[in-house]
Design a protein around this ligand. Structure first.
Ligand code: PMP
Length: 429
């Protein structure tokens, strides 16, 4: 594979953009190779400026559950863009989006659109603090909820990949009200509530953590979390930025049968355009300005292009239940194929998968929390990643991210990926 044009493009980008990228993990620093510069995508494939083709398992980090350039989405966008790009005034499609979300996720009775997952979680915390009149927020170690100050504490994703789970520049005074708890650890949560329960505004959780690889919370843990937050009058915020409309049309919360107070969304609901949303119980959401006094706003919130791509994507997901079945089946085949390869070659791996989110760890240990995720050998992952790229398979360039299977992945893609996995694993021996 030739990467000459990408190398030049990266050099040029580095002159003007910190690290050459607009979001850290894109720099491929953890795997120490030049990132291919992408010029287009179609279905399950992406193409770089040197003409290399890849099977894409990043899918823009989750939004593209239907693959690139899904015709219905592209056609809807084309007709929307002809009517202007933005108004900053109410449009009917915003209500359509809100209705789709509220109908799909019963715990959400009202919803406010924002522009990213970061904004969604940040705004949800403000609302929870205002509603409860309390200050403390509990988050889980290795969960990532975007880069707002309060939440950039012991965070996963790029923060973890690049060794800065606590970022400089976040005032100690601000994070003194953020408590980090151990994921899937009932005892730890019990102790935290025993000590601070009366001042805990909310607990925020990734129901299936996708920012330290893929680590599902257990049903027992989620049930306990709901119970203890109810007991102490704290809100439960479920961050479904990654899982929402991916693990089920009704959210990961439907798989856990849990009824949160607030849910955060992003990614899939924007169909690949910048978007976020937070929603929940009417009595809580009514506190947001202009109905209530909790201020939160956005010049481009509810942007017509983002709403168009999102609404079209959600409608397709709603009307075709077989999409989720198909993605589950393909993801399962990948999981089984990878496991089979590793056992043939005698390599220790652990695969965690929930629906179309999957992570392969280079460890012998069961991965159920942050510490066990860290037992994976990231140097081996880097080599594996490079070999997969050479095989034409584009994975997330970090051990601590999920790969995302889309409806556009074909049987042939899955077979090719399993063969590539065998070849890549073999090179590790
Ligand atoms: N929450 C979760 C669970 C996420 O995975 C992410 C991003 N991957 C965010 C929040 C932040 O979203 P954004 O990057 O759109 O700000």
């Amino acid at each position: 594979m030739n990467f000459e044009k990408s190398k030049k493009a990266f050099e040029e980008a580095n002159k003007y953009i910190p690290g050459g990228v607009n979001s850290p993990v894109r720099a491929f620093k953890a795997v120490n190779i030049t990132p291919p510069f992408i010029k287009e995508g179609k279905g399950s494939k992406i193409y770089d400026i040197d003409g290399n083709e890849y099977i894409d398992y990043v899918g823009s980090w989750g939004p593209l559950i239907l693959g690139h350039c899904r015709p219905e989405v592209m056609n809807a966008l084309k007709s929307s863009v002809e009517k202007s790009t933005s108004f900053g005034a109410p449009t009917e499609i915003e209500t359509e989006m809100a209705k789709l979300i509220c109908d799909a996720v019963p715990s959400v009775e009202m919803v406010r659109m924002v522009n990213s997952g970061t904004e969604a979680t940040m705004s949800a915390l403000r609302l929870a603090r205002a509603y409860t009149g309390r200050e403390i927020i509990v988050k889980f170690i290795g969960n990532y909820h975007g880069h707002s100050d309060c939440l950039l504490v012991k965070a996963g994703s790029g923060a973890l990949t690049h060794g800065t789970p606590d970022s400089p520049g976040v005032p100690a005074d601000i994070v003194k009200n953020t408590i980090s708890a151990k994921y899937n650890d009932v005892e730890d949560l019990k102790n935290i509530f025993a000590a601070h329960g009366d001042n805990i505004a909310a607990v925020i959780i990734e129901p299936v953590a996708g920012n330290m690889g893929v680590v599902p919370s257990t049903k027992e843990f989620m049930t306990f979390l709901r119970d203890i937050t109810n007991t102490y009058g704290s809100l439960l915020i479920i961050d479904e930025v990654m899982t929402g409309f991916r693990l089920s049309y009704h959210g990961a919360q439907s798989l856990y049968n849990v009824d949160p107070d607030i849910t955060c969304f992003a990614k899939i609901i924007g169909g690949g355009l910048p978007v976020g949303a937070y929603g929940g119980k009417r009595k809580i959401m009514e506190n947001i300005s202009p109905l209530g006094s909790v201020y939160q706003a956005g010049t481009l919130s509810g942007n017509p292009l983002a709403m168009t791509a999102g609404v079209t994507t959600l409608r397709l997901l709603k009307e075709n239940a077989k999409i989720y079945e198909a993605i589950e089946e393909k993801s399962k085949r990948l999981e089984e194929g990878f496991k089979d390869n590793a056992s043939k070659l005698g390599i220790d791996i652990i695969i965690n998968r929930v629906g179309s989110m999957l992570c392969l760890y280079f460890t012998k240990n069961d991965v159920h929390d942050f510490d066990s995720a860290l037992t994976s050998d990231t140097a081996v992952f880097a080599k594996y990643f490079e070999e997969m790229l050479k095989e034409g398979v584009y994975l997330s360039p970090s051990q601590f991210e999920s790969i995302f299977v889309s409806y556009a992945h074909t049987d042939e893609d899955i077979e090719k990926t399993i063969r590539a996995n065998y070849n890549a694993l073999k090179k590790l021996l």
